[in-house]
Structure formats: C-alpha cells, structure tokens
Design a protein around this ligand. Sequence first.
Ligand SMILES: C[S@@+](CC[C@H](N)C(=O)[O-])C[C@H]1O[C@@H](n2cnc3c(N)ncnc32)[C@H](O)[C@@H]1O
Length: 191
Amino acid sequence: MYPDWGPGEEVLGNVGPGRRVLELGCGSAGNLAHVATLGAEAVGVDMSAVQVVQAQQRWPGLEVRHERAERFLSAVDAPYDVIYSVYGASWFTDPDALLPLVREALTPGGVYAFSHNPPALAGCYGAQVSQMKPERAGDEPLFVKRFDHEPEQWELLLKGAGFEDISAGIIPPPEGKRLGTLLVTAHAPAY
Ligand SMILES: C[S@@+](CC[C@H](N)C(=O)[O-])C[C@H]1O[C@@H](n2cnc3c(N)ncnc32)[C@H](O)[C@@H]1O
C-alpha cells in the first residue's frame, strides 16, 4: 500500500529459479516484474485489457495474460508453487468460487498470499460495492464488487477451503496515514 512499507517478497517464500509463480490481478505488473528478476517463472493474469497492454509495454517479455483469474485457474495444466494477489483478484472475486480454484492450482505445500484494504465498515463483510468515478463528466458511474473480510474471517474461509498454516493480520499504516494493509498467507496441504 505504501512504498517500502511492510514485508517484501519474503512473504511468498522461495521465488527463485525453478519456481512457478502466478499473480492474480497483476495490473501493470510492477510486482510481477520484480518477482521475475528473482529468477522465478512468473505469470500474471488480469481481466483489464488496458492494464495488460500497459504491463506488456512496461515489461516486454513478461508473461501477462488477459483473462479472468477464475477462468485462468480452471485451466491450469501445471501447478504453481506460489500464487499471490496484491489488492487484486483475491479482493474482487467471490472467495467461495476462487479459493478452491487457487488450492487446486497449487503444488502440495504451495503458498497463497494476498493483500487488500481492511474492511471499510465494521460489520459490513462479504460482498460490498464501490462506486467508481466516471472517466468523463456525464458518463454513468461504474460499480465494482469487492469482498471485505476481517483477518479472522479469512482464516475460517481458507480453512474451509482446505488451506493450512494460515496467517492473517493487519499491518499498521505509517505515521499520518489512515489505512493499514490486510495481509493473508496460507498453504496448500503438503500431501
Ligand atoms: C487495484 S488493482 C491492483 C493491481 C496490481 N496488483 C497492483 O498492485 O498494482 C486491481 C487489479 O485486479 C484486476 N482484477 C480484479 N478482479 C479480477 C479477476 N477476477 N481476474 C483478473 N483480474 C482481476 C483488475 O483488472 C485490476 O487490474
């Protein structure tokens, strides 16, 4: 959320050579490009054509697919060692649909990590709607669904989807900033 604030790629475990790493909702792919420099076989997926074009222009040669995360995960042929999402598809996709797909797409013991804003309103959990400002005056506003949960709720959801070794919490913001960062890590069963 804030540059050089909070943990770095160490939350993903080993992302060095030989490891297969997937980002869900990579946007213009700054984080994915960083992971690729560490030696991993890095793949990004984003449903926005605008973001994918930006990513491809910023990082020629980086593998970024224009696809919904759910659809991409449903067709994975070789599993990933690490799947992560930075304020990405993990926040904007119904966890009941997404979590089983992520678990199935991970190697045994594989890491799933994601971050998003803490819930905006205490008591308002699950599907929420954000109204986005239209690009031009007079255009209809856009509405985006997101899924807000407290760390404890994420732990239950992940456990229910068969994940293990789950850790969820809120990283406090730097001084003068209001919003912390909700960070979750979990593992696919090791067998
Ligand atoms: C707030 S941006 C974050 C982008 C990037 N992870 C970053 O940190 O800069 C959210 C991104 O997730 C993508 N996204 C949301 N839901 C998605 C889904 N179901 N499948 C693929 N991409 C999705 C959006 O298109 C958008 O690019």
